[in-house]
Design a protein around this ligand. Structure first.
Ligand SMILES: NC(=O)c1ccc[n+]([C@@H]2O[C@H](COP(=O)([O-])OP(=O)(O)OC[C@H]3O[C@@H](n4cnc5c(N)ncnc54)[C@H](OP(=O)(O)O)[C@@H]3O)[C@@H](O)[C@H]2O)c1
Length: 217
């Protein structure tokens, strides 16, 4: 598949690129094409350093999204609507994955959902009718995903209203050796799942934990 990682120059975008590049065409998106090209080159180098090959190219966000089968929005919540505005003209029923967590930090991290209930539901409202949104990966720490360490095992809680789109994301997750996909129900379940990330970050801060993620036993 062609997978566009919008804001793929950032922390968790790198993790997806490294893990999916052997099996898929990865299109790193950025506000600046040259930044995406540089990131793509460094991800290819990182894979080569581990004796792996990767099909990763860099583009501006709109070009990355054009013709993609799947788009993952790896941008901070406050910038998602701007990125969607940029790519809207080229949206054509791609599956949209949201790992986006709307949160604020004062003394502690706090879930700060939009009025739609969750970032995933808000994103669905912003997209052309018929676009499918799947929410996933909120509880995966980028450091662990980028490490490509198969000994690290954790679960991905995946929710969405369209069976086919959800199955595509479940399969993509299954391809990443360290992750186990779990069906977490309809898109409205994103309200609960997104709220787990600030909890994990508070646990990390208060207990000196590095890259906490979730595993269901
Ligand atoms: N990091 C994690 O461990 C983690 C875990 C679970 C979920 N998430 C979620 O994944 C998303 C990305 O997280 P991240 O930590 O990877 O974010 P990040 O590294 O802070 O930023 C990702 C990218 O967002 C783009 N960006 C920054 N400001 C922007 C703006 N004003 N307009 C448009 N794009 C802008 C930048 O790309 P360009 O400058 O190249 O355009 C940047 O590289 C967030 O919604 C977060 O809640 C993250």
């Amino acid at each position: 598949m062609k997978i566009a990682i919008l804001g793929g120059t950032g922390d968790i975008g790198e993790g997806f690129a490294l893990n999916w590049a052997e099996n898929h065409h990865i299109r790193i998106g950025s506000r600046k094409a040259d930044k995406a090209e540089a990131a793509a080159e460094s991800y290819r180098d990182a894979l080569a350093g581990q004796g792996m090959k990767g099909n990763i190219l860099g583009f501006d966000n709109r070009t990355a999204a054009e013709g993609a089968d799947v788009i993952i929005l790896t941008v901070p919540h406050e910038h998602v609507s701007g990125v969607i505005d940029t790519v809207r003209p080229v949206l054509d029923r791609q599956i949209i994955i949201s790992p986006v967590v709307p949160m604020t930090k004062a003394e502690y991290f706090e879930y700060n959902p939009p009025e739609e209930g969750s970032a995933a539901e808000e994103i669905l409202e912003m997209l052309p009718e018929g676009t499918c949104v799947v929410a996933a990966y909120h509880t995966i720490a980028s450091g662990r995903l980028c490490s490509l360490d198969p000994a690290f095992r954790c679960d991905v809680l995946i929710c969405g209203d369209d069976r086919h789109s959800k199955d595509v994301v479940i399969d993509l997750t299954d391809e990443i050796e360290c992750l186990r996909p779990l069906d977490a129900g309809p898109l409205a379940a994103a309200r609960t799942i997104e709220s787990l990330t600030p909890m994990l970050l508070n646990l990390a801060m208060l207990n000196d934990l590095k890259d906490p993620s979730i595993k269901i036993l």
